[in-house]
Design a protein around this ligand. Structure first.
Ligand SMILES: [Zn+2]
Ligand SMILES: [Zn+2]
Length: 250
């Protein structure tokens, strides 16, 4: 959920590349768009310049601000911005319709070009090659492994989405430069198949051989030091706790 320090899930990934005409272009992909995040995004980039939106799953805390993006694209004072590719699990159009609540017949084709995520079906946004991995959550959900141009050759970024500990997460994060992992639970939460505690996220990181672990999706009521201490029981590498506006260069 959103909390006093942060809107809900949203991560901006940018990479330098060239467009179809060979002109240099900063490619911008947004992973998830939880409540309050679309407005915050304006502090970091011009949302008219986004190249793609990727939704890890259709829980409201990861997608509900898509209705803000829809209004922004349809009613922009310079004129409609046209469709942006949206990569999401099956059912996204109905989900947007339900959130929007305006017209049961609207297909949003003027604002969004929907693409269905499938395990292993790679897609590209400029120089970024994005591979979805089916994760372990209470609804169909994906983690993402992204390969793109880094400071020293290719860089690998992995985002867990929402998931409990599973083999596909370890594969998604294998030898990555940065693993952005959810940590929705603490060790006091015993239910399985939804989120990871710090201990479980740390173990996925340790088994994957990633260079750096960043914990996110920590509930506002959870002490960050608890998440850190739990992760340190299973992970021995570099560890950071995500906060709004944090930036990493790979
Ligand atoms: Zn979820
Ligand atoms: Zn979530």
């Amino acid at each position: 959920m959103s909390g006093p320090a942060s809107p809900a899930s949203c991560y901006l990934l940018q990479a330098q590349g060239k467009d179809a005409l060979g002109v240099p272009h900063t490619y911008s992909v947004v992973f998830d768009l939880g409540p309050g995040s679309f407005g915050q995004l304006w502090n970091y980039t011009d949302p008219t310049k986004l190249d793609a939106l990727v939704l890890s799953h259709l829980h409201a805390d990861h997608c509900s601000d898509i209705v803000s993006m829809q209004v922004h694209r349809r009613w922009h004072p310079r004129g409609a911005l046209g469709p942006i590719p949206v990569y999401a699990p099956k059912g996204v159009k109905d989900r947007v319709r339900g959130l929007d609540g305006f017209s049961p017949r609207d297909d949003f084709s003027g604002e969004f070009q929907f693409h269905q995520l499938k395990q292993g079906r790679v897609f590209n946004v400029g120089p970024l090659e994005i591979t979805p991995f089916a994760s372990w959550h209470s609804v169909p959900a994906f983690a993402f492994r992204v390969k793109g141009p880094g400071k020293d050759g290719d860089a690998i970024f992995t985002y867990s989405g929402d998931s409990d500990e599973c083999d596909t997460l370890v594969q998604a994060a294998a030898n990555s430069d940065l693993f952005l992992s959810e940590c929705g639970f603490t060790s006091e939460d015993e239910v399985r198949g939804i989120h990871m505690s710090g201990e479980r996220a740390g173990r996925v990181a340790q088994n994957s051989g990633t260079k750096k672990l960043v914990l996110t999706h920590i509930q506002p009521w959870t002490d960050r030091d608890v998440a850190r201490r739990e992760a340190e029981t299973t992970w021995r590498g570099e560890l950071e706790i995500a906060r709004p506006g944090m930036r990493f260069e790979l």
